[in-house]
Ligand binder design. Structure first.
Ligand SMILES: *Cc1c(COP(=O)(O)O)cnc(C)c1O
Length: 543
C-alpha cells in the first residue's frame, strides 16, 4: 500500500482538527465503546474481571507491531490491561490511600489531554495556565496562606512536592547551591513515620541520605519535639546548616500529625540563639492531611451536617494540627489522594512567592522559550513540559464539591472509620492499635481464641519476655490477613491490607497489623461490620 493510503487511515485515528460532525461523533462513540467494555468487566466483586497474574518475562518479548491497527482493536487491547484492577471506589475495598476519581475530574483529564496544553507557559496553555493559578489561590486560602503572597505549581507527585520544599530550603541555608553544588554540611529532618520520599529527595538532591536525620515519633506517631530539639542543637553546634525540617501532616500508615506550631517556635528560637543568617525552611508534607482543612471553621458545637460525636471528636482532633498548616514555608498537597482526582495531581504551595526566585533560571538559559506571554512558571519549575491534567482534575473537584462536599466526603470516611473501631472494640478477640488516631486508617490485631486481648497489647509492646508471643501473633495475623484476603477475592468480605511494621515494640521488634484504609465514599456501615465478622470468622479457621 502506498503511504498515502495508510496516512488516510492514520488521520482517521486523530480527533479532527476542523469541525466534522460525523467524525466528531465517531470519536465520542469510540470513548463510549471503551467505557462499555470496561463496564462489562464489572461484577459484584471489588475488582474488574478476574485477577490475572502478569507474566513479566513474556512481557519482555513484546515488540513493536509491523503494521497499523484500528481504533477499535487498540481499544479492546487496552481494556484488557484493566483486568483484575482493584475498584478503589468499591464499598468492599479498604486497602490503601488510593481514591476513586470523580466523573468531572476524569473529564478534566480528558479535556487536558485532548488539546494538550503545556502549563509551562501560558502561550502553550492559555486559560489552562489560569486554571492552575485559580487552584493555587483556592488551596492557599483553604490552608491559611495569603493568596496575595503565596504561589505554587502542580508537579509530578507528592514526592516532588517534598523535592521542591527541600530544594528551596537548601538554597536558603546554602545560597547558590544551584550554581556551586551542594556543600557537605546541609542536613534535613523528618520523623520516622514520615514518608520514605524524604530519603529519595535528599539522595537525588545530592544532600545525601547520611544527612537525613530521622527523628523518632511519639505513640501518637508525631515527631518527638524533645529529640528534634536535641538533634537540631547538636547539628548547629557542629556547624552544619538546616536545609529543611519536613513536618508530616497525615503520615501514610497512621495519620500522625506533627505539631507544626511547636516546630516553627523551635526554629525561631534556634535562629535567635545561634544567630543564624538564614531561616531554616519548614516544609509540611500534607499530601494526605490537607483536605481536613475544610473543617478548620466547621461549627463543631452546632454540627450542622449531623456527624456522630466520635466523628466530631476525630475531626476536631485533626484540625487542632491541620489548622496551623500556614506556619509552614511550603506545603505539599495531593489531589490524587484525599482530593478524589486521578494520578498525577500534586501541588506544592509556597507561602512567599519570592522563594521561587531562588530557583528561577535566567532567560539566556532558555533561548527558545518564554519570550512573551504573561505567565511563565516554566522559568522556575524543575520540569520543562507540565501537563494540564492534574490542574483540571483538581479544579473540577473543587468546583464539584465546594467546601461542603469535601466536608461531607471526608466526614463520612472518618465516620465509617470510627464505626469500624467501635465494632472492633466491641469484640474480645480484636484490638485496635491506633484507637486515638484521627484519620481513616485503622490498625488492629486479632488474637487466637483464649488470649486475653486486654492485657496482651501492652505486654507485647513493653515487655521483652513477650517477644515469642509477639512474633507468633505476628505470624497469626498474617494468616488471618491471607484468609480474609482470599475470601474477599471470592466476593465474600472486604479487601483490607496489612502492614509488616505498624511500630516497633520498645524492645525493637516489628508489630504486624491488619489495616483498613477507608477512602471510598461508597463504604457504609454494613461494609465495616463485614470486616469485623470476617476477621472473627478467620479466627475459627486459622491456628
Ligand atoms: C503518598 C505520600 C507521599 C508520596 O506521594 P506520591 O504522590 O505518591 O509521590 C509523600 N508523603 C506522604 C505522607 C504520602 O502519604
Amino acid at each position: 500500500m502506498a503511504y498515502r493510503d495508510i496516512l488516510e487511515k492514520i488521520r482517521l485515528a486523530f480527533p479532527q482538527p476542523v469541525s466534522h460532525p460525523i467524525h466528531d461523533s465517531y470519536f465520542v462513540h469510540s470513548i463510549m465503546r471503551a467505557l462499555d467494555q470496561v463496564d462489562a468487566l464489572k461484577t459484584q466483586l471489588p475488582m474488574l474481571g478476574n485477577v490475572v497474574p502478569g507474566d513479566f518475562e513474556r512481557a519482555k518479548e513484546a515488540r513493536l507491531p509491523d503494521g497499523i491497527s484500528s481504533v477499535e482493536d487498540v481499544t479492546t487491547e487496552l481494556v484488557n490491561y484493566l483486568q483484575g484492577m482493584t475498584i478503589f471506589g468499591h464499598p468492599r475495598t479498604q486497602q490503601n490511600v488510593i481514591p476513586p476519581p470523580t466523573i468531572p475530574s476524569l473529564i478534566g483529564v480528558l479535556l487536558a489531554s485532548l488539546y494538550n496544553p503545556n502549563i509551562a507557559w501560558d502561550e502553550y496553555s492559555r486559560l489552562v495556565a489560569l486554571a492552575e493559578v485559580e487552584v493555587v489561590a483556592m488551596t492557599s486560602k483553604l490552608i491559611g496562606f495569603d493568596p496575595e503572597e503565596s504561589s505554587g505549581v502542580f508537579t509530578f507527585g507528592g514526592t516532588a512536592t517534598t523535592l521542591y520544599g527541600v530544594k528551596l530550603g537548601l538554597e536558603k541555608a546554602c545560597p547558590e547551591t544551584i550554581g556551586k553544588g551542594v556543600p557537605g554540611n546541609a542536613v534535613v529532618f523528618v520523623s520516622d513515620a514520615g514518608h520514605y520520599c524524604a530519603t529519595n529527595v535528599v539522595g537525588w538532591l545530592g544532600i545525601g541520605t547520611n544527612n537525613l536525620i530521622t527523628i523518632p515519633t511519639t505513640v501518637e506517631n508525631e515527631i518527638d519535639l524533645v529529640q528534634l530539639e536535641q538533634q537540631a542543637r547538636r547539628v548547629l553546634e557542629n556547624g552544619n546548616r538546616i536545609a529543611a525540617i519536613i513536618a508530616t501532616l497525615g503520615t501514610t500508615d497512621s495519620f500522625g500529625l506533627d505539631d507544626l506550631q511547636s516546630i516553627a517556635a523551635l526554629r525561631d528560637t534556634l535562629i535567635k540563639e545561634f544567630k543564624l543568617d538564614y531561616k531554616p525552611h519548614i516544609h509540611a508534607d500534607a499530601v494526605i492531611g490537607w483536605a481536613w482543612s475544610v473543617f478548620n471553621d466547621y461549627d463543631v458545637e452546632k454540627n450542622p451536617l449531623g456527624f456522630r460525636p466520635r466523628t466530631i471528636r476525630a475531626l476536631a482532633g485533626a484540625c487542632r494540627r491541620i489548622r496551623h498548616l500556614s506556619t509552614a514555608d511550603s506545603v505539599g498537597i495531593d489531589f490524587h489522594k484525599t482530593g478524589f482526582a486521578p494520578y498525577i495531581s500534586s501541588l506544592v504551595l509556597v507561602k512567599n512567592q519570592a522563594d521561587l526566585e531562588l530557583v528561577t533560571r535566567h532567560p539566556e538559559q532558555m533561548p527558545y522559550l518564554y519570550h512573551f506571554g504573561d505567565h511563565r512558571p516554566g522559568m522556575f519549575t524543575l520540569e520543562t513540559s507540565r501537563s494540564g491534567t492534574g490542574v483540571l482534575a483538581a479544579l473540577a473537584n473543587f468546583r464539584l464539591f465546594g467546601e461542603q462536599g469535601l466536608r461531607v466526603i471526608i466526614g463520612h470516611i472518618v465516620e465509617m472509620t470510627q464505626l469500624l473501631r467501635e465494632h472492633l472494640e466491641g469484640h474480645e478477640g480484636t484490638t485496635v492499635l491506633n484507637r486515638d488516631n484521627f484519620g481513616t486508617v485503622t490498625l488492629f490485631r486479632t488474637y487466637p481464641i483464649g488470649v486475653d486481648t486486654f492485657l496482651i497489647k501492652r505486654q507485647e509492646f513493653e515487655d521483652a519476655n513477650y517477644r515469642g508471643s509477639l512474633l507468633s501473633h505476628n505470624e497469626y495475623n498474617r494468616k488471618i490477613f491471607e484468609y480474609v484476603h482470599s475470601e474477599a477475592m471470592e466476593g465474600r468480605g472486604v479487601v483490607i491490607s496489612t502492614t509488616d511494621c505498624y511500630r516497633r515494640t520498645e524492645y525493637g521488634e516489628p508489630i504486624v497489623a491488619l489495616k483498613s484504609f477507608i477512602l471510598s465514599p461508597f463504604v457504609d456501615e454494613v461494609d465495616v461490620e463485614t470486616v469485623v465478622s470476617k476477621v472473627l470468622e478467620a479466627r475459627g479457621k486459622v491456628s
